[in-house]
Write a protein that binds this ligand. Structure first.
Ligand SMILES: Cc1cc2nc3c(=O)[nH]c(=O)nc-3n(C[C@H](O)[C@H](O)[C@H](O)COP(=O)(O)OP(=O)(O)OC[C@H]3O[C@@H](n4cnc5c(N)ncnc54)[C@H](O)[C@@H]3O)c2cc1C
Length: 244
């Protein structure tokens, strides 16, 4: 799959929920993105940070990988964060530099087993991208578990349900503890343990809060998940990095 570094154009934008925006973007040169569900692009916000670096941030495609020319992302406004504010305010028709697609959080082509996708917070975008992907269409079972604070934290539950294929089963653990709460990892591990009580999955893909998804992986390993069968994508609080 060819990785591109060119410009994208904001083709359409609409508000979703409180403080978030759905954007449809397409390459200015009209080429396909060539992404698989679960992957992300890196967008250059054009904002220069105090240290002199440009604020380039990752956003996962939530649209189906059956459509490669116009893809959708959803961006939550994070405080005074440079990129999320640019993308929540940018005009339709504006152009930005991007690179991608990137990322290994994806089902293998031809997947035919039982898959569980676990999302916390904004990680639901990647979960949607995975569930709507061509690879997911062959899954014998596709469960999604979304751990999220309030109903208006990001995209509404109805937004997610409308976009899921009928075969996917979504469980929303609403009212989840807020980001940074010390009991978040333990609570998440308990919920996931309940979720897999009916047997192991051939693939588990997790996206969202790094402080939560790494402990989830350890918990799944303790429950018998084979080494390497749990894939992770930290959107924030990545324990392997100080900051993105
Ligand atoms: C692979 C990947 C995919 C991503 N996909 C999406 C996506 O689909 N939609 C989306 O809105 N964001 C997504 N993000 C997060 C996004 O890249 C930015 O971190 C976010 O938009 C904040 O950028 P900023 O420049 O506005 O603020 P920054 O100044 O960069 O962020 C401020 C702080 O907030 C943290 N942060 C980022 N997101 C959250 C959150 N939800 N809750 C609490 N803290 C957070 C950042 O890590 C940072 O420490 C993704 C991140 C990664 C690594």
């Amino acid at each position: 799959m060819a990785q591109g570094s060119a410009k994208i154009r904001i083709a359409h934008a609409e508000p979703i929920g409180q403080g978030a925006r759905l954007l449809r973007v397409e390459r200015v040169d009209g080429a396909e993105l060539g992404f698989a569900g679960g992957q992300y692009v890196i967008i250059n916000s054009g904002v220069t940070l105090p240290g002199g670096k440009l604020a380039k941030r990752a956003y996962s495609m939530l649209s189906s990988d059956a459509e490669q020319r116009a893809v959708e992302i959803a961006v939550k406004r994070i405080g005074a964060g440079p990129a999320s504010n640019v993308l929540n305010d940018i005009a339709v028709g504006a152009e930005l530099e991007w690179s991608g697609p990137w990322g290994k959080l994806r089902l293998p082509p031809g997947f035919s087993g039982r898959a569980l996708v676990i999302a916390t917070d904004t990680g639901i975008t990647a979960a949607l991208g995975i569930a709507r992907s061509a690879a997911a269409a062959g899954a014998a079972q596709l469960d999604l578990l979304w751990l999220v604070e309030e109903g208006d934290y990001f995209v509404p539950e109805a937004f997610v349900r409308e976009r899921l294929p009928a075969a996917a089963r979504l469980t929303v653990a609403g009212g989840f503890l807020p980001v940074g709460h010390p009991e978040r990892p333990a609570r998440a591990c308990a919920l996931v343990g309940d979720h897999v009580a009916d047997g192991p999955r051939d693939a588990v893909l997790c996206a969202g809060d790094g402080a939560v998804i790494y402990p989830i992986r350890d918990r799944l390993a303790s429950l018998g998940a084979p080494e390497g069968s749990v894939l992770l994508e930290s959107f924030f609080n990545n324990p392997l990095k100080k900051s993105l």
